[in-house]
Design a protein around this ligand. Structure first.
Ligand SMILES: O=C(O)c1ccccc1N[C@@H]1O[C@H](COP(=O)(O)O)[C@@H](O)[C@H]1O
Length: 211
């Protein structure tokens, strides 16, 4: 079954609604380069409001390790996500499972970088370019998604309720990750778009699996 991560949550009510609608993971963004940034207190309130068995993901971009440790201590995220130029050994230093985002904006030239993170619990293939922040709302060529990498691959970048079914059909990802495509404004999730996104992803996954 496909896993769904809804990222860039800034409000308790949006995160709880996403979980109730069937999201598997909630992303909390800590980089100053995001319009969806939360502080530690906001993040802790959101994480504590979530029902059990919903994964909290803390997202960083080229951050000071001391700050990552501070967030881990306060928020207790089950997963870390690194969205910058971090190397695999750097990501591993926190002793926590992590996702590594790969900037797929350069198309096929980006594919070799997918092999540089053997320690990652999964890879997030996002549509932004190298050096840019994520949450760009830009998609990449989904046919570049490898099938033989041996790591869970999570498709991100420009997904929304109207294209997630086609994205799943073409890319066959292990999971999908969405931020701007379910919003009415940066950091404010729209209940209708959120519900439509999760329903479309689940239905498409059922077709791909032949259910
Ligand atoms: O969403 C952000 O603001 C953000 C900023 C900096 C790094 C990562 C960010 N978000 C991640 O990017 C993907 C794709 O976003 P979108 O759906 O294209 O808007 C998102 O799922 C987050 O993992």
């Amino acid at each position: 079954m496909i896993r769904i991560k809804c990222c860039g949550m800034t409000r308790v009510e949006d995160a709880v609604r996403a979980a109730e609608l069937g999201a598997d993971a909630i992303g909390l963004i800590f980089t100053a380069r995001s319009r969806r940034r939360v502080d530690v207190d906001q993040a802790r309130a959101i994480a504590r409001a979530l029902p059990p068995m919903v994964t909290t993901v803390a997202l960083f971009m080229d951050e000071d390790p001391a700050f990552v440790d501070e967030v881990i201590a306060a928020v207790q995220p089950a997963l870390l996500q690194f969205h910058g130029a971090e190397r695999d050994d750097w990501c591993a230093q926190f002793g926590r499972p992590y996702l590594k985002a790969i900037a797929m904006g350069e198309g096929a030239d980006a594919v070799p970088r997918l092999r540089a993170y053997p320690g990652a619990a999964g890879l997030v293939l996002d549509g932004h370019g190298l050096g840019e922040a994520g949450g760009s709302g830009r998609a990449f060529d989904w046919s570049l998604m490898p099938r033989d990498l041996g790591q869970p691959l999570i498709l991100a970048g420009g997904l929304h309720p109207g294209n997630v079914a086609e994205a799943i059909r073409v890319a066959r990802p292990w999971g999908v990750d969405v931020s701007s495509g379910i919003e009415s404004a940066p950091g404010i999730k729209d209940p209708g778009r959120l519900a439509a996104f999760i329903a479309a992803a689940r239905a498409a996954d059922g077709h791909v699996q032949g259910v």
